[in-house]
Design a protein around this ligand. Structure first.
Ligand code: G
Ligand code: G
Ligand code: MN
Ligand code: NA
Length: 250
């Protein structure tokens, strides 16, 4: 309850900030973009993880205000990065299905003067389940606008092949649980391998999440995974450190 009251003023008090975790392309070893991850610096409790405050934001409806702040901040930050770098933003279900979301995105892109194709929205399978029809029209509208949409945490929900066939995803993100167990559980490796080849055949990009070891990376290279993300490649860093990171990799 106390946390809920504090969260209501967190945007106004400027206590929220974004950190950015890189995507690495395995073909050319280039950083192609960053996922924006939200953080809350609470004045007395310190850093509150999103797993604690996102559910509160969703229950209270604060997610709309917070989500808009995230989109605007991510786009404004992206404006300072090279043209060939993208930013990915996580969406909550309520945000994805809210009436004004397209306008919010269009406005944020215009205000920051960044090209729409550099913004990727991450949604999860569960967001498609109950409102499939409206999800499909939102996805198509986003695509028309020029933004792209990734299916996050793939494999943990319904993993419906119908979704992949009928909805215009630009990318699948294989959930980190599969990557974590890939080298110890042959069935996990089989799933990862299959999802990568399915994505390739459907001409959808594929990202492996949660890559922590060189052995996992080697496996993913063998499977011809497009992109990887995880602590091995880079932990989430501040916007300032993003520019330094890109500079050192030139
Ligand atoms: O950053 P971390 O790995 O701790 O994120 C934990 C969870 O919080 C992940 O599921 C992530 O998708 C979610 N998350 C992080 N930032 C945002 C955000 O800006 N909006 C929403 N809706 N979820 C986020
Ligand atoms: O649900 P989503 O995929 O958006 O969640 C991303 C979360 O995963 C963030 O909280 C991020 O900090 C975390 N994460 C990113 N890379 C790794 C990793 O290599 N290992 C682990 N354990 N967590 C990671
Ligand atoms: Mn994500
Ligand atoms: Na994910």
């Amino acid at each position: 309850k106390a946390l809920q009251a504090d969260l209501a003023g967190a945007v106004a008090r400027d206590e929220l900030f974004l950190v950015f975790q890189p995507f690495l392309d395995l073909d050319d070893n280039r950083i192609t973009g960053f996922e924006a991850l939200l953080r809350w610096q609470h004045p007395s409790r310190g850093l509150v993880p999103p797993s604690e405050f996102i559910p509160i934001a969703e229950e209270t409806g604060l997610i709309h205000e917070i989500g808009e702040w995230v989109i605007r901040r991510a786009c404004a930050t992206l404006a300072h990065w090279p043209e060939d770098i993208r930013v990915a933003v996580n969406f909550s279900a309520a945000q994805f299905h809210s009436a004004g979301i397209l306008q919010t995105i269009v406005q944020a892109l215009a205000d920051a003067k960044v090209a729409p194709h550099r913004l990727e929205i991450e949604i999860t399978e569960s967001m498609l389940l109950s409102k499939y029809g409206s999800a499909a029209s939102i996805l198509n509208a986003l695509l028309q606008l020029g933004a792209t949409v990734a299916l996050d945490d793939f494999g943990t929900g319904f993993s419906s092949l119908t979704y992949l066939r009928k909805l215009p995803f630009s990318r699948i993100k294989i959930d980190q649980s599969f990557i974590r167990d890939m080298l110890v559980q042959p069935d996990c490796a089989a799933i990862v391998k299959s999802v990568i080849s399915l994505a390739r055949d459907l001409q959808i990009g594929v990202v492996a999440e949660g890559v922590e070891t060189a052995d996992q990376l080697e496996y993913l290279r063998q499977f011809s995974c497009d992109e990887v993300q995880g602590y091995l490649i880079g932990r989430p860093v501040s916007a300032v450190d993003v520019l330094a990171l890109l500079e050192t990799r030139k």
